[in-house]
Design a protein around this ligand. Structure first.
Ligand code: DON
Length: 307
């Protein structure tokens, strides 16, 4: 383990360097409500297996978790369905943008993995079949894992995405055409957009993700996932968590990770830490520009890497 004082000092210096990147990325604009966010913000938090938190910058600022939510809907679906979840859903990297439809048709409506939009929509479809209130089931899980009972859904962001959600609707209807989508598309889109519009900060997320660094166990010993399920979800994060930039992420950062167009990146260093960085300006691939930089610096300076 890195000495606490050294870790804190490294986070502060990385934050100063990351701020120099402000203005070089682009805040997400295809969901109009996200476009209003000030891009010149950067936060970072790290949680160790004892629950100690190290933080710097805007680590306490709430942001839209967007596709980071897909990690937690996957956890819920694995808890409910186990191996059966993978009937009609792949575990392969897509090599395409997160919202591409190209492979969906050529692969008979079977999404490559649970982290591209099509795969996450399928996971939400499966949750719709088994959860009484899927809109809020995920929020309750995140409140429990993060310990923050004040978490909320930003209804303005959720509505804005629903009003501009034709691509996702097209994916859902295409899967339905291949009999791989069981519930009404509008209902699943509603819960999916609510999940994406949950607001959390870096500290909430590193706490919520701790079981993934701790063989599936919460800090209080509760088991969220089995050790085998944890390893497998980390493997899918490592190969698919940043879409068509997953290879670059593995090359530069070297950790399982999950990004979101709200500017967050959550990374897992199994057996050691969880890490969350947040800066709303995105790079060409739709991942946080300063966030990627900061995680690469953690690899460089403190050798945070699974390779
Ligand atoms: O469905 C969408 O397009 C967004 N709600 C989430 C996409 C996202 O965060 C991709 N991650 N980089």
């Amino acid at each position: 383990m890195v000495p606490m004082a050294e870790l804190q000092s490294v986070l502060e210096s990385i934050t100063n360097e990351a701020r120099e990147l402000f203005g070089q990325g682009q805040v997400a604009n295809y969901i109009p409500a996200l476009e209003k966010i000030c891009g010149k913000q950067f936060g970072v938090a790290i949680c160790d297996l004892k629950g100690n938190i190290y933080q710097a910058g805007d680590a306490n600022t709430n942001f839209s978790i967007q596709s980071i939510s897909k990690l937690f809907t996957l956890i819920q679906a694995v808890q409910i369905y186990g191996e059966k979840l993978w009937e009609g859903l792949g575990r392969e990297p897509s090599g395409t943008r997160f919202n591409s439809l190209v492979q969906l048709e050529s692969e008979q409506g079977v999404p490559r993995n649970p982290f591209i939009n099509a795969g996450a929509l399928l996971v939400c479809d499966r949750l719709e079949s088994r959860c009484s209130a899927p809109n809020f089931q995920l929020l309750n899980l995140l409140k429990s894992l993060s310990g923050n009972q004040q978490l909320t859904v930003n209804q303005i962001v959720a509505r804005s995405e629903l009003e501009h959600g034709s691509r996702n609707a097209a994916m859902a209807y295409l899967m339905k055409a291949f009999n791989n989508f069981h519930n009404p598309v509008e209902k699943v889109l509603e819960s999916y957009t609510h999940h994406c519009a949950i607001e959390m900060n870096c500290i909430d997320l590193v706490r919520a993700a701790l079981p993934l660094a701790n063989q599936g166990q919460c800090q209080n010993g509760d088991l969220v996932l089995t050790s085998k399920q944890t390893k497998r979800i980390n493997a899918i994060l490592a190969t698919c968590g940043l879409y068509d930039e997953a290879g670059e992420f593995a090359f530069k950062v070297g950790l399982p990770g999950k990004s979101g167009v709200g500017g967050g990146i959550l990374a897992i260093y199994p057996g050691h830490y969880t890490i969350c960085v947040w800066s709303p300006e995105l790079n060409q691939a739709g991942n946080s520009l300063a966030g990627m930089f900061a995680l690469e610096k953690l690899n460089e300076l403190l050798h945070f890497s699974i390779y």
